[in-house]
Design a protein around this ligand. Structure first.
Ligand code: ATP
Ligand code: MG
Length: 514
């Protein structure tokens, strides 16, 4: 007898419907259980889990010949998510589950030997593709029901065990579909405690201003300063001043974390913007994604959030160079023999560094002990093209003792965020006819010309600057984009002279030469 049950595979970030065809031959003399259709080891081992789970759920596993084909056969299948559909397929092929009850439904879940159904990764994109393909319901592990419930328009049946599922399929003890609890916080989950509040960082007003501009137009930032002045602290405050995640963005981010199996239990939807701070020993694949089963890397895990490269000079040049493409394209493409995969990677890059190996070059208090050659070599580790993709370069000096000790609290992150959100709103309105543009940093040369309109006085200053500082066309465009954001924060439609003047300050300073 033949049964057909549907399951789902994950390719990149997308779900792909798989047909689990089970052929049972009761007349065979030699008992076998074969799985074909490019299963990996975890899928192949599912035979043992399925066999034990069926027996331990007080059903029969007839020791005859089974052939399970996972179709399409040329798509590699990974992981334990096929346990449940294979078990249901075996039961349906041996008449222990009514065939019609598995129609128009999708099954997913790992099985324990005792028959209980366990969590799997990638639930959300799987349920989404089930919804898109017009399935009526999905059977998911009970632990993953809340994540599945993020997708509207499809019935979610939370399954605790194989035995419970069979009783449901026979209509003996129907499982009630999952209903999402009314959201108590309207998506405004409490701020995680690792986010530093601007109010707790003393002094550094000009750096806070630069970070506000960075958040206001999604510009990449480089912080440069001696040890212990608060660079890491300032970077950690970034997620608190960035605009709140819209529902659409939250789902986008959740999808990536679902596939990477990094969603926190009890919190199916990502409410806060990601903040990723990979260690400088990270490999190229860890940074941009890869592996035999391509997994999203740090650039994708920080999609719609912040990628913080602390001590950027310590990263290998190779790792830094592979960042260039995702910064430019806002996505990353991983090529494999069997085709290529694209992961989103639209992040705000914040990098921090010391100015020299000893850390005190330019510090007014502690003398620097490095030679000019050492300093030049240290600074040249970040290549020109990468520096060129960073809009805001800012020095973080040491804070005076009185300021550090004062009990006075500065402006709260929430207040800064209000201004950032207003500036982003202006950008959204301006970009209404420009699909793909979300923030000023995304503008290309054409858009800059159309959308960065200067007052006569501002144009004069811009012309003068280009001539005096011998700015390249790209550097000039960068100044215009930044001043567009500064004007947006100021609530102005035209870019004025002081907007340009401020933007020029964020250009990189000349590096010392040996
Ligand atoms: N402006 C500040 N306000 C309040 N605390 C500060 C400030 N600057 C530094 N600190 C304190 O000093 C500690 C070290 O700061 P942080 O780690 O941010 O320095 P850093 O600039 O990243 O140094 P490094 O170059 O060594 O990485 C912080 O954890 C905090 O306790
Ligand atoms: Mg630091």
């Amino acid at each position: 007898m033949l049964s057909i049950v549907r399951a789902c595979a994950i390719v990149g970030l997308d779900g792909f419907i798989i047909e689990v065809q089970t052929d049972f031959n009761p007349r065979a003399t030699i008992p076998t259980f074969t799985i074909v259709g490019l299963p990996d080891n975890a899928v192949r081992e599912s035979r043992e889990r399925v066999r034990a789970a069926i027996k331990n759920s007080r059903m029969q596993f007839v020791n005859k010949t089974y052939v399970v084909n996972l179709s399409p056969a040329d798509l590699p299948k990974h992981g334990p998510a096929y346990d449940l559909p294979i078990a249901v397929g075996v039961l349906a092929a041996t008449d222990q589950v009514p065939l019609e009850s598995v129609e128009r439904a999708l099954f997913m879940g790992e099985l324990s030997l005792d028959g209980s159904v366990r969590h799997i990764k990638g639930i959300m994109p799987m349920v989404y593709s089930a919804y898109q393909e017009g399935f009526e319901r999905v059977y998911v592990p009970v632990d993953d029901a809340a994540e599945a419930g993020l997708i509207d328009g499809i019935e979610i049946i939370p399954v605790a065990s194989l035995g419970q599922l069979v009783e449901h399929l026979y209509g003996l003890q129907p499982i009630s579909p999952y209903v999402a609890p009314p959201s108590s916080d309207n998506g405004q989950a409490s701020v995680p405690d690792w986010i530093v509040d601007f109010a707790d960082i003393k002094g550094q007003e000009h750096v806070k201003r630069a970070l506000e501009i960075a958040a206001g137009g999604n510009h990449n930032v480089r912080l440069n300063g001696p040890p212990g002045v608060g660079k890491t602290l300032l970077a950690r405050a970034m997620p608190g001043i960035l605009p709140r995640l819209s529902n659409e963005e939250a789902l986008e981010v959740t999808r990536i974390y679902s596939v990477a199996d990094m969603l926190q239990s009890g919190q199916p939807l990502m409410h806060t913007r990601p903040f990723r701070a990979p260690h400088h020993t990270i490999s190229q694949a860890g940074l941009v994604g890869g592996g035999t089963i391509p997994k999203p890397g740090e650039v994708s895990l920080s999609h719609r959030g912040v990628l913080f490269l602390d001590e950027i000079n310590e990263f290998s040049s190779k790792a830094l160079e592979v960042l260039r493409q995702p910064i430019e394209d806002k996505s990353v493409t991983i090529s494999r023999a069997k085709g290529s995969l694209t992961f989103p990677a639209n992040f705000l890059l914040v990098s921090a560094q010391n100015p020299c190996p000893c850390g005190y070059f330019g510090d007014p208090v502690k003398p620097c002990i490095c030679t000019p050659t050492m300093i030049a070599r240290y600074q040249s580790k970040i290549s020109g093209p990468l520096l060129d993709r960073i809009d805001i370069h800012i020095d973080v000096p040491r804070v005076e003792y009185d300021k550090l000790m004062s009990a006075e609290r500065g402006e709260l992150s929430a207040q800064v965020r209000e201004r950032v959100e207003r500036a982003r709103e202006r950008q959204r309105e301006r970009f209404a006819d420009y699909p793909g543009l979300f923030a000023n940093a995304d503008m290309g040369a054409g858009e800059i010309q159309q959308l960065c309109i200067l007052t006569a006085e501002a144009r004069q200053l811009a012309d003068l600057t280009v001539r005096r500082m011998q700015l390249s066309a790209r550097a000039y465009h960068r100044v215009l984009k930044l001043s567009r954001t500064i004007a947006d924060l100021d609530g102005k439609n035209l870019i004025e002279v002081h907007h340009i003047a401020e933007a020029i300050q964020y250009r990189p300073r000349m590096q010392p030469t040996g």
